[in-house]
Design a protein around this ligand. Structure first.
Ligand SMILES: [Zn+2]
Length: 148
């Protein structure tokens, strides 16, 4: 199954599922676009501006990597070399993954948009709703694949 058909299983509206020719970034752009539409729907009653793109990027990353980010210190192996050259458990992660917490979400969010932690905390409920929404879409896609 090609990536377009897989993404189509997400059932997201306003996405073109035509096969793209060589542009792998196109699907990511469309996923971002569909997530932004949902974010704007959720934020309809929000007063003032909000960083919809940054909200969507953290959402997509969290849904794509539900077990957490790959640890940059051990490259996901969960082990590092000690000073005496022994393999030891990486002190930074949990078996190669940095689990999603409010702190790690904030750190990742700041890669896209550097804001204060207090401001970020106001966006957390929105991110939670977006992650749940996109996870549901992903799970439905996975079930559709299993049933084939
Ligand atoms: Zn690690």
């Amino acid at each position: 199954m090609n990536i377009e058909r897989l993404i189509a299983k997400f059932g997201l509206k306003r996405i073109s599922y035509e096969p793209s020719k060589g542009d792998k970034g196109l699907i990511a752009k469309q996923l971002l676009k569909a997530t932004m539409i949902e974010a704007n729907e959720i934020m309809k009653t929000w007063r003032g501006t909000y960083p919809d793109k940054a909200l969507c990027i953290i959402t997509i990353v969290e849904v794509i990597q539900p077990l957490g980010q790959i640890c940059p210190e051990c490259n996901g192996s969960g082990k590092v070399r000690s000073k005496c050259n022994h393999l030891v458990k990486c002190p930074c992660c949990d078996d190669g993954r940095i689990l999603w917490t409010q702190e790690t979400r904030f750190a990742y969010f700041c890669l896209t948009l550097r804001i204060t932690y207090s401001r970020f905390r106001r966006y957390m409920p929105v991110i939670k709703v977006l992650v749940d929404w996109l996870s549901d879409k992903r799970n439905a896609a996975a079930l559709a694949l299993i049933n084939r």
